[in-house]
Design a protein around this ligand. Structure first.
Ligand code: COA
Length: 210
């Protein structure tokens, strides 16, 4: 079942560029800025909350926090913000990336590991459970690699759960390497408590040809 919370309310506003149409009808949109993001705020927040509430993350986000993540990303320089959407207005997945300098705690922790000015950060990736294992996650990674400014950024960094879950396997298959560097991340859990868990950094060198 697709909860109505995930559905975008507005359909009359000019749509952002479609970067891919999949055989299953899912379209991948590239949001250029706040105007493109506006109709998708609630649908994005619904997907975001659902995905991060699952193990191993078990995180609770309030709708305004989730919307804030999208609205901040689309204002950052050089960002690549992708939404995988259904005709019905459901957001089935998302991929967000921007310069690591815009993520100050991560930028601080990776000094010495990677050149900060040269590093692009894959900040958010998620696919709703009912759309998984059909290649969507991989496409959202590959499209971010294709669309990022590779003349300017030569490294890609991301963090994933230290429990080495599905995303770990996926990123290794896509040429990312385990840096062996961890970071403790504090977050609000489903039960309302604040807890800390370990994330692992993965990185990849990118050239002009990908
Ligand atoms: C990680 C995630 C985005 C993958 O999305 P997806 O659409 O299922 O990914 P794909 O279908 O493109 O799978 C790509 C590859 O990843 C690996 N993979 C994906 N799910 C897996 C699983 N449950 N177990 C093992 N490997 C898995 C496989 O190698 C898979 O390729 P295959 O299907 O050809 O074997 C999705 O599981 C998700 O949203 N998880 C919760 C949020 C999260 O962990 N985000 C990433 C944080 S960095």
């Amino acid at each position: 079942m697709e909860p109505s919370l995930y559905s975008a309310m507005a359909t009359s506003i000019a749509e952002p560029p479609v970067v891919r149409v999949r055989e299953d009808g899912i379209r991948i949109l590239r949001l250029r800025g706040p105007a493109d993001a506006e109709p998708w705020r609630a649908a994005f927040a619904g997907a975001y909350q659902a995905i991060w509430s699952e193990p191993p993350y078990d995180e609770r986000f309030f709708p305004d926090e989730a919307e804030g993540i999208l609205l901040r990303a689309v204002r950052l320089p050089d960002h690549v913000t992708l939404l995988a959407v259904r005709e019905s207005g459901i957001v089935a997945g998302f991929g967000i990336a921007y310069p690591v300098q815009a993520k100050s705690d991560v930028a601080r922790d990776i000094r010495g590991l990677l050149p900060v000015e040269d590093t692009f950060y894959f900040a958010e990736l998620g696919v709703l459970e009912s759309y998984r294992r059909s290649g969507l996650g991989q496409e959202l990674v590959q499209l971010r690699l294709d669309l990022m400014d590779k003349a300017r950024y030569h490294h890609v960094l991301l963090r994933t759960s230290a429990s080495r879950n599905a995303s770990y396997e996926m990123y290794l298959r896509l040429g990312f390497e385990d840096t062996g560097v961890y970071m403790e991340v504090k977050s609000r859990k489903n039960d309302g408590s604040q807890r800390t868990d370990r994330r692992l950094f993965l990185s990849r060198v990118v050239g002009k040809d990908g």
